[in-house]
Structure formats: C-alpha cells, structure tokens
Write a protein that binds this ligand. Structure first.
Ligand code: FDA
Length: 397
C-alpha cells in the first residue's frame, strides 16, 4: 500500500467557527485524521462576540419552526439527532456555569470564552488539529480526493468540509469563500442577505425619533405575517433590539413594519373609558402609565396629542389607538452585513443530504453551519444549527 504523506488528512475542515470545531471533534473521536484550517488569527471569533460576550449557546425550546430556509424540512433531521439538551450536557460535562435568560435561552454565566475553550479541548482530546492564519487559495479534486492549496503549502484530504460561515461581520473574518466553493462544485447558492440586523430610517423619521435614542420598550413587531413580542430599542441610527432583529429576517426592501407599542392592551377601549371616568386626563398620562417615561413623552410630542381626553372625539381616539397599536414604520434599509448576526440564504439544501450534510453530487464534500441556507431566529438557534449540522457531518466524514 502506498504510504500517505504527512500532508494528507482524512478530513479537512475550512473554518474554525462553531460548526467547524464541532465537526472536527466529532470526526476526531471516530479516529479520523482531522485538520481545521482558518485564515483568522484565533478560532471561534464569532462565538467570543456572541450574546454580548456571554454566548447564547443554545435554546432549549428550539424546534425546526425557529428556522428559515427555502427548503424548511431540511434542518429537521440534524436538529432531531443533536438536540439542545445534548449540547447542554456537553457544556455541563465541562463544568461551564450557565443561566437561562429569556425562556429557553441559555447563556454562559461568565464568558463566551468558556464555549471556545470547551470546543478547543474537545478537538484536542479527539486529536483534531487546528491551523490558524492559513488562507485557502484554491481547491481541486483529483484521484486522491481534494487538493487544498493554502498559504502554508498543499494539503490533501479524502473528505472536505466547508464551514466558513456567512457574510456577516466581515471585520471578524467573514468571506464569501464558502459560496464560491459551492459554485465551483456546481452547487446552487440562493441569494444572500443580512438577517437579525438593525433597521435604518429615512432622515425625517430618524430626526423625529432622535429624542427616543437609547430608549427600549416591549412591543409586538410584525412584518410579512411574522410577529415577535420582544423589546425594541431606538438608536441614533434607527430601530434595533430583539423584536427588530427578529422581524428583519422577514423584511424585504420596501416593506413596512407594524409595531404594537402596547401589546396585549385594548387601547381604544382604555382611552374611551379613561375619557369617561377622568375627562381631564391626557394621552400623555395614559402613555406614561404604560411606556417608559422618556418614550411616552417623546412619542406624545411626535404626534402632538395635547389637551384633556374630553376634547377628543371617538374618531380621534380611534386614530390614536391605531397609531399606538399599529405604528407603521417603513425602514430605509438595514445596517447590512456590517452588524448583521447572520446571513440568510446560501448553499441550497436541496443538493445536500439532510442526514450527513454531504453534497449529493460529490459525496465527500460537505457544507455545514451558516454557509448553508438554514437561518435561525434570534435566541441561540443559530448556534444550535451549527452544533447539529457539525455533528451530522462529523459522524460521516
Ligand atoms: P462562523 O462564522 O462561526 O465561522 C466561520 C469561520 O470560517 C470563521 O472562523 C472564519 O474566520 C472562517 N473563514 C471564513 N472564510 C474563510 C476562508 N476563506 N478561509 C479560511 N477560513 C475562513 N448565534 C446564536 O445562536 N446565539 C448568539 O448569542 C449569537 N450571537 C451573535 C452575535 C453576533 C455579533 C454575531 C455576528 C452572530 C451571533 N450569532 C449568535 C450567530 C452565530 O455566531 C453564527 O450563526 C455562527 O457563528 C455560525 O457558525 P459557523 O461555524 O457556520 O460560522
């Protein structure tokens, strides 16, 4: 038998992010000779910056309904086989302290570094190598498998895993390399766009909302029939906060957002009954009872609701209730990949095996994590997809 060169690996994984590291450890434990390549200076950079530095590493309530994809059933198999509970057990085996913030959202108590260190430890125990600051120039396919030409020489491998993530936060090392590779091997790449991203506003509205900058309030935000009841934050650039990030994934240029500033309240009835019981009370007072003080004041200013409620006709009350319950905002755009948490679209899953993440045409070429057209809602779902798809591939490469 011909001896393999030391530059030959069973598995080469491009991308030392969440999906790539998880895949590397899983394959390494199976006895595969694994090398992870990454052009960045350190692994797991996005994990480190995630969840405000404390990494919302999974969501106990994650189901396939929390994911967007052109082929919605694709993610079911991997998510079923590697559950949030399985990742939590791994976290607990490593003694990482964690806490549940909003329902099901698990964060590190201390630092996101704990998750990166855990993944690096797992890779070490599994014997998987990681080579940072290594760019991949190009890849060719031959009789020996794949030839990977890198800034530190030529490597070969039997299985190639593309785990280079999406386009969000280019300053963190994001590139379109995964999509280029997919195209090189004849795969379809669905149009990409920024997701989980703040909205920008047209100058006039931005100026009107300037006094609200820094104020957050719980709202129900809707776009294209998707509703999210979460806080909204007004910023000096536009609208952000969890509710805005969530709806941004469903927003297309030109669409309006419908924001209920007082979700769960019957505004029309409450204002009408207030007018009857306390005719001298004002809209500003009503707002101040239910919204953060600064928001209530500025919003009231914005719409110029002055005078006692007794001076308001039924049609005025109707209009105020509509403004508060269905505040309609047409964003100018989003902040784009510069600040987006994820990239929507990507490698078309119809060309991948949902069991192994291998491409149907080239069974030793795999795509995992964010580069694939599977995008989670905010709240730990995106990492759960990275872990689950990484494990699915790691069990087969
Ligand atoms: P990821 O982007 O993690 O890794 C890709 C790797 O490939 C990188 O290390 C990169 O350097 C490397 N790479 C790219 N191009 C390359 C090339 N040409 N050659 C070599 N290497 C290359 N999700 C969640 O569930 N909970 C959360 O709390 C957050 N929070 C969060 C905050 C912020 C600010 C962002 C930007 C994102 C999040 N996310 C999140 C989303 C989450 O970070 C994301 O879904 C996963 O990191 C995706 O994992 P991947 O491994 O697919 O890509």
């Amino acid at each position: 038998m011909k001896a393999r060169s030391s530059n030959h690996y069973d598995v080469i994984i491009i991308g030392a992010g969440a999906a790539g590291l998880m895949c590397a450890a899983t394959a390494g434990y199976r006895g595969r000779r694994v090398l992870v390549l990454d052009h960045a200076n350190k692994p797991g950079k996005k994990i480190l910056m995630s969840g405000g530095g404390r990494c919302n590493f999974t969501n106990l309530n994650s189901t396939p309904a929390n994911f967007l994809s052109d082929n919605p059933h694709f993610c079911i198999s991997a998510l079923r086989r590697y559950t949030p509970q399985a990742f939590l057990e791994l976290v607990e085996r490593h003694g990482i302290e964690h806490e549940e913030k909003a329902a099901g959202q698990l964060f590190c108590k201390d630092s996101a570094k704990d998750i990166v260190n855990m993944l690096l430890t797992e890779c070490e125990w599994a014997g998987a190598g990681i080579r940072m600051k290594t760019s991949v120039n190009n890849i060719t396919q031959g009789s020996e498998g794949y030839q990977v030409n890198t800034s530190s020489g030529t490597l070969t491998c039997e299985s190639l895993v593309v785990a280079c993530g999406g386009l969000s936060i280019p300053t963190m090392g994001a590139t379109g390399f995964g999509y280029d590779l997919a195209r090189q091997f004849g795969l379809r790449v669905l149009p990409t766009r920024a997701g989980l991203v703040p909205f920008t506003l047209h100058p006039e509205l931005k100026q009107q909302l300037a006094p609200l900058s820094g104020v957050s309030c719980p709202v129900d935000a809707a776009c294209n029939n998707q509703h999210f009841r979460d806080p909204m934050l007004v910023t000096h650039r536009g609208l952000s906060g969890p509710s805005m990030l969530q709806v941004s994934s469903f927003w297309q240029p030109g669409d309006s957002l419908i924001i209920n500033l007082l979700p769960g309240r019957n505004i029309r009835e409450e204002l009408a009954s207030l007018r009857k019981q306390k005719p001298q009370s004002t809209v500003a007072q009503y707002l101040a009872w239910h919204l953060p003080k600064r928001f209530a004041q500025a919003f009231n200013e914005l719409y110029g609701w002055r005078g006692p409620l007794q001076s308001y006709k039924n049609s005025d009350i109707e209009q105020i209730a509509d403004t508060l319950g269905q505040w309609t905002v047409k964003p100018a755009g989003t902040e784009g990949y510069r600040t987006a948490e994820v990239t929507l679209g990507g490698v078309d899953t119809r060309q991948l095996s949902s069991k192994t993440m291998a491409t149907l045409e080239h069974p030793s070429l795999y795509f995992i994590g964010e580069v694939v057209d599977v995008t989670g809602h905010l709240g730990g779902h995106n990492f759960q997809w990275a872990w689950a798809s990484g494990v699915a591939a790691g069990q087969h490469v």
